[in-house]
Every structure is written in C-alpha cells, then in structure tokens.
Design a protein around this ligand. Sequence first.
Ligand code: ATP
Ligand code: MG
Length: 237
Amino acid sequence: MSLEDTSIIEFNNVNKYYSLGKTKVHAVKDVSFSLKKGDFVSFSGPSGSGKSTILNMVGCIDTSDTGTVIIDKKVTNGLKEEEITKLRHETLGFIFQSFNLIPVLNIYENIEFPLLFGKQTEEEKKENKEWINYLIKTVGLEEWREHKPNELSGGQRQRVAVARALVTKPSIVLADEPTANLDSKSSEAIIQLMKKMNKNLGTTFVFSTHDPTIVEIADHVITLKDGEIVSNLRHQQ
Ligand SMILES: Nc1ncnc2c1ncn2[C@@H]1O[C@H](COP(=O)(O)OP(=O)(O)OP(=O)(O)O)[C@@H](O)[C@H]1O
Ligand SMILES: [Mg+2]
C-alpha cells in the first residue's frame, strides 16, 4: 500500500457486490483513488453508478468485499467495532440522505447533540454555543431554532443536518447529495459555509452530487459509470 503523507482517504482495488435476489450486483469495480487532506471532492455520475456505495465505505457504514480502504492511515477492513466508532466520532461527519434528526429535540438541540458526547469546560460550552448560533444563522434557520424537526420542510431539515454534521468540526465530512432538496439560495449558503470550513479549518469534503454548482467548485472530481471510475480530475489550484 502506498501511504503518501497528505493522503487522508485511499481506496486500493476496491470491489463491492450486492445480492439482489438470485442476481449479484457488482456495484463498485476495482476502484482506486487517493484523496488529500483539505480536498473538496465530488463524486459524480448517473444514478446507480456507485456514488453512495463508495461514500458508505469511506464512512465505515459498509465494508469492501475485496481491496483496501484506508481512512486517516487506518485500514478500515480490519478495525474492531470500537475503533470504527472512535473513527466515526472523532474524524468523520455525515450528512445523510435521510436526515436522522431526533424528533423530540428542537433545532438548536439537534445541532448541539453530537457535542454532548465529550466533556466540555465552561469556556468550551460558551464557544460551542456561539458556534451553533453561527451555524444556525448561516444555514438560514434563526427563526426555527425552537421548533421541532416535524414542523420543518424537507429542505429546512436538510439544512439542520448540514449544521449538525459540521458542529464537531470533523476532519472529513461526507455528504450524499447535500443540496438535493434545496432551493438555489439555501444551496449557495451551504456551499459557501462548506468552502469556508474547507479553507479555514482544512476540512476534507467528499460529496456525491448531480449538482453542477458543486461539481464546478470542487477541486477534485471523480466520475463513475457502472461502478467504475471513468475520469479522475484534479483542478490546478
Ligand atoms: N443495499 C443494496 N442492495 C442491493 N443492491 C444495491 C444496494 N445498494 C446499492 N445497490 C446497487 O448498487 C449499485 C450502485 O448503487 P448506489 O446507490 O451506490 O448508486 P448511486 O450512484 O449512489 O445512485 P443515485 O444517484 O441514484 O443515488 C446500483 O446498481 C444499486 O442498485
Ligand atoms: Mg446515491
């Protein structure tokens, strides 16, 4: 395996199969790529081309059948359950296609939730509160902070999910179609927020998207077709 210093995500000859009744679907075919710290990467390609499957393997939600997946210098295929949990909490942030918001908590509390796992000093609590308020404002939900998720539209819930994924300032953020349910104004605000975190904190963003705006601003675009990489382009900075 080749571990470059700056490589944060690496796939080496990864294959993934699904069983669908009696047939076997070869969802990801011999895929290899390397992503660097601070990359803003977009996986694009038609429906069924393997984008979500790849993101799920990066997020350790799913494992490869053959080949290796290396996240933050760790080969994930061999990790123990508690090591995967640690990687998920400390390194990865997710924006799920189904938002998984907690119905009994209001918007502020939903966004705050991932921060409650660790101990916080009074000073950190104060900083976190400011950070959450900043995120709420940036995603345009100030008037909704006391509301519960079921009182929000799909696009508004999507924006809560984005803020919640960013709240812990993870080193890798995975987003499966993050702007799919959004109008162009909210979509633009969210992309700008992500770009800002990418620039200021060096956060690595990995998207699957059909959104041409994201594809355009990404500095690394990997295009898939039928589970295979058909192009891998890194824009010159
Ligand atoms: N849980 C599953 N069981 C069986 N087949 C699956 C499963 N998940 C995905 N597949 C198949 O694997 C292939 C890749 O699917 P995947 O969801 O990764 O595509 P995608 O590029 O994310 O598509 P979309 O743009 O529609 O979200 C498809 O042929 C799909 O039918
Ligand atoms: Mg998908």
